[in-house]
Design a protein around this ligand. Sequence first.
Ligand SMILES: [Cu+2]
Length: 201
Amino acid sequence: MKRRLLLVIVGSFLLGSLIGVGALILGQQTPNQNRVITSGQALIGGPFELVGKDGKTVTDNDFRGRYMLVFFGFTHCPDICPAELQVMSAALDDLGAQADRVVPVFITVDPERDTPELVSAYVANFGPNFVGLTGSPDAIAKAAKAYRVTYQKFQDENSGENYSVDHSALLYLMGPNGEFVTHFPYGTSPEKMAETLRRLL
Ligand SMILES: [Cu+2]
């Protein structure tokens, strides 16, 4: 538990620094928060081909024209994932009609256990429009790498399951053309998230 939280904090800090440095390098850092980085090399995100409800192939292209709130995790996660999905759900409720333009997407980092059925049923607990994705271990690794998400299995002696997964806990807002817009560090409140979304959408 301590180890996981530390990973999340360190991961959030490192990613925040990476984004800051990247934005400086690109010369795109501007006081105008509505401005979206559309030129230069995308730091976060990219194409993916995964598996959704009923085993249907889902790619990043399926979300064009809408914003994606993307979070990586796993359905057996005892704390961080349910908490973050709850925050996403509450923030989208708070957002009202504007939320129609946002698709909350949960991508598993535990493809061996998280079948399409399991991941879809899991995200349905947080709202009817949540999309849960899984895929082959290779496809998941590729998607995670594109989103700068790290994850690692470990033996969890306190868990009934035979393993748990450490993972970064970053939430990304991706724009209608698949471009990175912003990220929300773990611990962002639903109110703060809704306020930021209201401003950026
Ligand atoms: Cu988790």
